[in-house]
Structure formats: structure tokens, C-alpha cells
Ligand binder design. Structure first.
Ligand code: C5P
Length: 311
């Protein structure tokens, strides 16, 4: 493909996510677990600007600690740009500038959002004209949560979590996110779950053949009923995350005693997601958590997936 310059700078914004339901099945031969996930994109965003360059380069800043983010070819956004270039035969590069607001290694899909944003931005910058289905297919090669960051909204993911179907969700759900400064590695948490299951620990749900999202979750999302959703949320990774970070269990209790309808580990953690009834309850919980010395963020969902922002 020629390197005719189509755009000079493309700005894309992509959301973080919470898993309102996450059932983990058996580990497959590729090392991934079969899962059933109900994702919701929430209003904390990664911003990415793509500009033409001969090489693939990246700069990262943010309102969260970005010291753990790789600035070379290991960065998922750089890998996304390279993958797209390879796919369309683009022989130039791109400079990516990322401003992060999603906690790094927090279980909220921040790296996946960066990769989704890079795909969408480079598609426009290089005038590739890929369909949304094409972008989703490339996204799935980068990580289990990347297709959802492209799609956004509320969706059910099966397989690795990357086979998506949009789910109907009415109205808005308010969440308070309690973040930790110390990130966690997703593979470590899955390994801990396998270890716990191998030991047949009490209270750990056994791996099921065919993970499925509980109908009560889909019903609550369709009804836009936070109370109903709170009664149905579940995350199979939670026991593993709490096994590695026992102090988080007290924090979930504190949130639930302080007005949250439900508190849970977000994805593989350590971010905690508290579902609340409305904006006012969110503010109350934020005040309580901040007073107890924890960083708390009020977000809402569902919001759109990776999209171009006209600057
Ligand atoms: O796809 P992603 O890079 O986000 O996954 C990170 C790691 O999490 C995988 O290498 C795997 O260890 C674990 N994982 C899993 N099953 C999934 C998704 C992720 O075991 N469905």
C-alpha cells in the first residue's frame, strides 16, 4: 500500500470495562480458559493519538501510575499497530501517544483499550477501511478483552471472552471503583484459580463444561435494574484474587456496609467494582472510601467502544 498521507493526527478514545459476571470453565490446550463473561464498558477512558512516522514508537502519560507500561514492541498498542500494518501491507510506521486513566494491571482492560484504540486510529490514519468485523478479528489475536474494547456497550463474551454478542442494557448503571496502586498479573490469578480448584478448596465453584452467563444477569441488564443485577453478579476469579490479596476482602465488606448494592473484584483485580443505586449513593460511597484512605472513582456504564474523537 502507498504511504499517501490521509490524516495527520487521529484521536481515539476507548473505555475500561468491568465484568458484571465472569464464569471460568476448564483450561484449554492453548492455555486459555473457556469463559462466559458479561462485560460492561464504563466511563473511564484511554486517549490515544496516532501520527505518521517511519517507525513504530510510543509515549505514555496519564492520571494513573504508568511506570509499569512497556514503551517498546511489547506494548499491546504497538503490537496492534504492527499487526494492522502487516495485515494491510503498510510499510511505514506510526507514533502513538497514549494518555491513560484506566489503572494499569487493574483488571479493567486498560491495555486492551489501548490496543483497540490503536487499531481504530491506524485504520483511519492509513485509510485502510477495515470493517468492524475485520477489526474485531484482529483484536482477538491481541488479547481476550481487546474485541470488547472495540465494541463497547454491554456484551456477552464466550470462548476466551472474545466471541462477542451485544447484550441489551436499559438505562445506566453507576459504579464506584476502588483502585490499588499495586497491579496484578492476569495469568497469575488464573493460575491461582487452577491451584485452588486442584486442591478442591471449599467455596470454589468447580469448573463447568460449558460456561454460560446466568439468565438473571441478562434479565437485570435488560430491565436496567441495579438491585436485581447486584443479586446476580459473580466473578469466578474473585476467590483467586482474594487468595493472593486477602486484604481486599475487608474492603469489599466495607463497601457493602457503606451503601453499595454489591461489591466485587473487577476482572482479575485488584480493582474493586461496587454497584450502587444512583449517583447520590456513588458520591456517598466515594466519600466513605476516600476517608478510609482508598482511591475511589465514580463511573457509569454502558458507554461506547473505541471511537474517533474530532479534535
Ligand atoms: O488474552 P490476554 O493476554 O488478556 O490474557 C492474559 C492471560 O490470562 C492469558 O495468557 C491466560 O493466562 C489468562 N487467560 C485465560 N483464559 C482466558 C483469558 C485469559 O487463562 N479466557
Amino acid at each position: 500500500m502507498s504511504q499517501a498521507r490521509v490524516s495527520d493526527r487521529v484521536h481515539v478514545r476507548a473505555p475500561g470495562k468491568v465484568n458484571v459476571f465472569f464464569e471460568v470453565g476448564e483450561v484449554q490446550s492453548d492455555g486459555y480458559h473457556d469463559v462466559a463473561s458479561a462485560y460492561q464498558a464504563v466511563s473511564v477512558y484511554e486517549d490515544l493519538w496516532a501520527t505518521p512516522s517511519d517507525d513504530f514508537t510510543i509515549a505514555v502519560s496519564g492520571t494513573v501510575d504508568v511506570s509499569g507500561v512497556p514503551l517498546d514492541g511489547r506494548n499491546l498498542a504497538v503490537r496492534a499497530a504492527r499487526l494492522l500494518a502487516e495485515e494491510i501491507g503498510w510499510d511505514g510506521g506510526v507514533h502513538l501517544e497514549i494518555r491513560k486513566a484506566v489503572p494499569v494491571a487493574g483488571g479493567m482492560g486498560g491495555g486492551s483499550a489501548d490496543a483497540a484504540a490503536a487499531l481504530v486510529a491506524c485504520d483511519v490514519l492509513w485509510d485502510a477501511g477495515l470493517s468492524s468485523a475485520d477489526l474485531q478479528r484482529l483484536a482477538a489475536r491481541l488479547g481476550a478483552d481487546v474485541p470488547f474494547a472495540v465494541l463497547g456497550g454491554t456484551a456477552v463474551g464466550t470462548g476466551r471472552g472474545d466471541q462477542l454478542s451485544p447484550a441489551l442494557a436499559r438505562g445506566r448503571f453507576d459504579w464506584v471503583l476502588v483502585t490499588s496502586t499495586d497491579g496484578m498479573s492476569t495469568p497469575d490469578v488464573f493460575d491461582e484459580l487452577d491451584r485452588q480448584r486442584a486442591q478442591d478448596t471449599v467455596d470454589i465453584a468447580p469448573a463447568r463444561r460449558q460456561p454460560t452467563v446466568a439468565p438473571a444477569v441478562l434479565h437485570a441488564l435488560r430491565a436496567g435494574d441495579a438491585g436485581m443485577l447486584a443479586a446476580a453478579v459473580r466473578n469466578d476469579l474473585q476467590a483467586a484474587t482474594l487468595g493472593l490479596r486477602p486484604e481486599l476482602a475487608e474492603l469489599i465488606d466495607l463497601g457493602e456496609r457503606s451503601g453499595a448494592l454489591a461489591g466485587m473484584v473487577s476482572g482479575s483485580g485488584p480493582t474493586l467494582a461496587f454497584l450502587v443505586a444512583d449517583e447520590e449513593s456513588a458520591l456517598d460511597l466515594q466519600v466513605t472510601m476516600s476517608a478510609a484512605g482508598f482511591a475511589a472513582l465514580h463511573v457509569h456504564g454502558p458507554v461506547a467502544g473505541a471511537r474517533i474523537i474530532p479534535d
